[in-house]
Design a protein around this ligand. Structure first.
Ligand code: NDP
Ligand code: MG
Length: 384
């Protein structure tokens, strides 16, 4: 039995992970679950999965937790979960920057990581990957593209190129003008994936793909020149690699996050688990591929640029985007402003190369303050 904790058990990835585990009850023992503010759902999860520990963001919600005697709170609580060496693996499925510190703590304690939280690698990929190597810890990607690449690679030294697929999001075949007038509902209407709000907006602007380029660079130690993006609206080919001899290996499957989640938490074993039916090539009418429109989706080039600069450049990109996405979701800015704001903050940042973890957190804080200040100074409240 594998002992597992889930950070972010009430989110899109977290709930799907519990659906996987429900099908594999003889394979997993749940040590801890953690939520932000959704205490009702956490209580249901406690009843069903009986974790030893739970964690919630806000101490004031502690009294609302029923059925678990060990209730931890806030970032300290996440740290405590990740210091518990009873865990064989921790699934990091919180969204945003809060994933980074607990992931580092878990690695320091020799605990393997199933990593959904891409911000961890975007902010501190060098530190995290070097630490994992030193501690002999596996970092298994949950993000479907990286999980696909992980499954395709046998010997990284023979890989010529990574090819990351992107569905293109809800605005793939819309004009720039359509995007400029897009509502929050339109941006959240992703054609293929049902995900948390932040990543869904990033998928509409293709910033998500930008973050994934940086994530792939760190996970597979691949130069940015050898990471390509291709639009593939059906989301059946989850990504591919090209070997030096020209042979291309792709990973294919139905677009369901259950599969990469199950792969990551079960690795290196595979089980039938949540699989509902076999994949059928004949049921797939067609597979389309096209080059991305870099003009309509300028985040892609910004991400390549930040990745190549390295250091805190990617911290600035990530922090500014996250704050701008929150402002968009609040109706304070328009969809295209997310890029304009992020680009402005990013290009005024003077990156620190080889930053320490403290410098990363300081940069992140500064960037977020600057972004919020820019938004309140230059953008009036909009009703969109
Ligand atoms: P969601 O927004 O659906 O879930 C986020 C989770 O984090 C929830 O459990 C939420 O709790 C919890 N949380 C939020 N704020 C805090 C906080 N301050 N302290 C502790 N916990 C907190 O996100 P997703 O599941 O969509 O995404 C999670 C991560 O996985 C992201 O980094 C995303 O980029 C990545 N990812 C997601 C994919 C997907 O298909 N969803 C695909 C690939 C990667 P609560 O709801 O209780 O407030
Ligand atoms: Mg992805």
């Amino acid at each position: 039995m594998k002992r597992i904790s889930i950070l972010g058990s009430t989110g899109s990835i977290g709930t799907q992970a519990l659906e996987v585990i429900e099908k594999l009850t003889d394979k997993f023992e749940i040590i801890s679950l953690s939520a932000g503010s959704n205490t009702d759902l956490l209580n249901e999860q406690i009843k069903k999965f009986k974790p030893k520990f739970v964690c919630i963001s806000n101490e004031n919600d502690k009294d609302r937790i029923i059925g678990c005697n060990n209730v931890l709170c806030g970032n300290d609580g996440l740290e405590e979960i990740c210091s518990n060496r009873e865990n064989d693996i921790i699934l990091v499925a919180v969204s945003g920057k809060i994933g980074l510190k607990p992931t580092i703590t878990a690695i320091n304690n020799g605990i393997n990581i199933a990593l959904a939280n891409k911000e961890t690698l975007v902010m501190a990929g060098d530190i995290v990957m070097n630490l994992a190597k030193d501690k002999g810890v596996n970092i298994i990607p949950v993000d479907s593209e990286h999980c696909a690449i992980h499954q395709c690679i046998k010997d990284i030294s023979q890989v010529e190129k990574l090819i990351i697929t992107a569905s293109g999001g809800p605005f793939l075949h819309k004009t720039i003008d359509d995007m400029k007038s897009a509502t929050v509902e339109q941006a959240l209407a992703h054609p293929r994936w049902n995900m948390g709000r932040k990543i869904t907006v990033d998928s509409a602007t293709l910033m998500n793909k930008g973050l994934e380029i940086i994530e792939a660079h760190h996970l597979f130690n691949m130069p940015y020149e050898k990471i390509d993006v291709v639009i593939h609206p059906q989301s059946v080919v989850h990504s591919a690699i090209e070997y030096v001899d020209g042979s291309v290996i792709a990973q294919i499957g139905v677009p369901s996050m259950h599969i990469p989640i199950q792969y990551a938490i079960c690795y290196p074993e595979r089980f039938e688990g949540i699989k509902s039916k076999s994949f059928s090539f004949s049921e797939i009418a067609r597979l389309d591929f096209e080059a991305p429109d870099y003009k309509k989706f300028p985040f892609l080039n910004l991400a390549y640029n930040a990745g190549k600069v390295g250091g805190t450049a990617t911290v600035a990109l990530n922090g500014a985007d996250e704050e701008a996405v929150f402002a968009f979701l609040d109706g304070r800015i328009k969809l295209y402003d997310i890029y304009k704001i992020t680009e402005k903050i990013y290009s005024s940042h003077n990156p620190i190369l080889n930053p320490t973890l403290d410098e990363i957190f300081e940069t992140d804080k500064e960037i977020r303050e600057k972004t919020k200040e820019l938004i309140s100074r230059e953008y009036q409240c909009l009703s969109i």
